[in-house]
Ligand binder design. Structure first.
Ligand SMILES: Cc1cc2nc3c(=O)[nH]c(=O)nc-3n(C[C@H](O)[C@H](O)[C@H](O)COP(=O)(O)OP(=O)(O)OC[C@H]3O[C@@H](n4cnc5c(N)ncnc54)[C@H](O)[C@@H]3O)c2cc1C
Length: 484
């Protein structure tokens, strides 16, 4: 697409992940005639493809990993589990802190509305976790005894392949309704004058590594940052450079845990995804399970500076015999240290180096025995890894004592809730890290300390999942519609 650089846009959105897409969708419903531009550094959703199935190894696609960048952002290859909420809860427990800005009732209303759009574009009408109340209560009580809280909320499961199709339909819809989208283009910088946003500077994604590459300027009186976790690092740099106010952020560091479906059968059947939260001693850090994938596959994805991180997904049709889930430890640093992203990157870098650039895998039993895992041991292990490119090794060399102790103590407690959870053949993959930018300080209208500059979705630290990120986009559109 050729842009008319002289023309001023009403709204420019940096990134085209779910938060951005749902914002554009809602603006179409509210303001058909406004000039809206989405700028995405990755490809169109139909051109996104991860070659790992063919190559066996992650080849670190250039300039960007197709799993994390492109239309629909991290949503395209996500497992597509849309976390809803319980009617009876008077708080929102999953997906971020959107409700802290707009209140719980409004957030619930937004989730209902956003869910309807997902259904309209082809999401499965079936909701997981709404039946088997008795059985779930029993698991809840067992967990309580171990000091673990079980959050059970309804989940709509799109499945990785269906998520792709659904976002393609949304991409077509936006373009049919004259939302302009440019791909393979990086927003390199923000144009801010006298603490007011004026526009952005862009360059082709192929010039990613060229700091001297010429940039072009595009103007708008409203710029929405929707860069996801992929853009967390960029956002930190922007906040530092332009003195955009932030508050201290966190980083979640942990492992992807893989074990037989058989062990997770009850949770998989009754809830599809069990969200367990504990505070194991002696540190009392928050440890949680996240993104559980029954009969799923462990995946690797590439972040900035070629960092390989582990993740997981499951398909509607293609199935393994293992369940995978993240076990994450929240890291809140205190004075004088305040560089959570850098800390996480260093942990990831060390783990990557131990695996010669690949994800590391280790058997739980080997960690207890104080030894690394060898290839021949993985080859005969009862739990067969679904991420074939993972390299057997020793995770404990690079994960901090505190993080590892939290994970192991959590696994021990979980074993009393789910028999077999601590079986020695279960597999830990690392690094699983969730980077959130230092939280961008925003008001109830999502406006930052710079006039006309807004932040939504995962990138600025407001949300942590598909549903909330999408809902934050809908709300952003409603706020802008009042202003435009
Ligand atoms: C493998 C995987 C599985 C997941 N499974 C689930 C799940 O089952 N359920 C769930 O709720 N969540 C899941 N998630 C998380 C979910 O995908 C994210 O929470 C969601 O996509 C966040 O949306 P977003 O719009 O905030 O950001 P993103 O989806 O991250 O999109 C941000 C976009 O901005 C672009 N961008 C960044 N910086 C720039 C720049 N400077 N210039 C131009 N473009 C830029 C990026 O390329 C990206 O496309 C999963 C994520 C992954 C990776």
């Amino acid at each position: 697409m050729r842009l008319n650089m002289k023309e001023k846009y009403d709204v420019i959105v940096v990134g085209a992940g779910p938060s951005s897409i749902f914002m554009a969708y809602e603006l179409i419903q509210l303001h058909k005639d406004k000039k809206v531009l989405l700028i995405e550094q990755g490809r169109k959703v139909e051109d996104r493809y991860c070659p790992i199935d063919k190559t066996g190894n992650c080849i670190k696609c250039k300039p960007f990993c197709n799993i994390t960048s492109g239309f629909s952002g991290a949503g395209a290859f996500s497992d597509g589990k849309l976390s809803l909420y319980n009617e009876e809860d008077d708080d929102i427990y999953v997906g971020g802190i959107l409700h802290e800005y707009i209140g719980v009732p409004k957030t619930k209303e937004l989730i209902d509305y956003t869910d309807k759009i997902y259904l309209e574009f082809g999401a499965d009408p079936k909701l997981e976790g709404t039946e088997h109340k008795e059985e779930i209560k029993k698991i809840y009580n067992k967990a309580k005894k171990e000091g673990i809280n079980l959050i059970n909320i309804p989940i709509r499961h799109l499945g990785t392949e269906k998520a792709h199709e659904l976002y393609k339909k949304l991409e077509d819809y936006l373009q049919e309704h004259k939302i302009e989208i440019i791909y393979q283009t990086i927003v390199d910088d923000l144009i801010i004058e006298k603490n007011e946003i004026k526009g952005v500077k862009i360059k082709p994604s192929s010039e990613l590594m060229n700091e001297d590459a010429e940039t072009e300027e595009i103007y708008a009186s409203n710029v929405v940052i929707a860069v996801g976790r992929k853009g967390a690092n960029w956002l930190v740099n922007m906040c530092e450079k332009h003195k955009i106010k932030t508050s201290s952020g966190i980083v979640d560091i942990g492992v992807r845990y893989e074990l037989p479906d058989e062990i997770m059968k009850e949770i998989n059947t009754y809830m599809y995804e069990g969200k367990f939260i504990g505070k194991p001693s002696p540190f009392n850090d928050k440890v949680r399970t996240f993104c559980q994938n029954p009969s799923g596959f462990v995946a690797s994805e590439v972040y900035d500076n070629n960092l390989s991180l582990v993740n997981g997904h499951s398909y509607k049709e293609r199935k393994s015999t293992n369940t995978n889930l993240a076990i994450l430890v929240s890291h809140h640093f205190t004075y004088p240290f305040n560089k959570p992203i850098e800390y996480g990157r260093n942990v990831a870098k060390n783990l990557n180096e131990l695996g010669a650039g690949n994800i590391l895998v280790q058997r739980l039993g080997d960690i207890y025995r104080g030894k690394r895992t060898w290839e021949k041991e993985i080859a005969t292990n009862s739990v067969v890894p679904t991420l074939k490119s993972a390299v057997p090794g020793d995770i404990t060399y690079a994960i901090g004592y505190r993080t590892m102790t939290d994970i192991l103590n959590f696994i021990r407690s979980m074993d009393k809730v789910i028999e077999g959870f601590a079986n020695p053949d279960n597999l830990l993959y690392a690094p699983e890290i969730k980077f959130y930018s230092n939280q961008v300080v925003i008001d109830n209208n999502f406006e930052s300390s710079v006039k006309g500059l807004y932040s939504i979705g995962d990138g600025g630290g407001m949300t942590r999942g598909l549903m909330m990120a999408s809902a934050s986009g809908v709300q952003m559109a409603r706020i802008l519609a009042e202003k435009l």
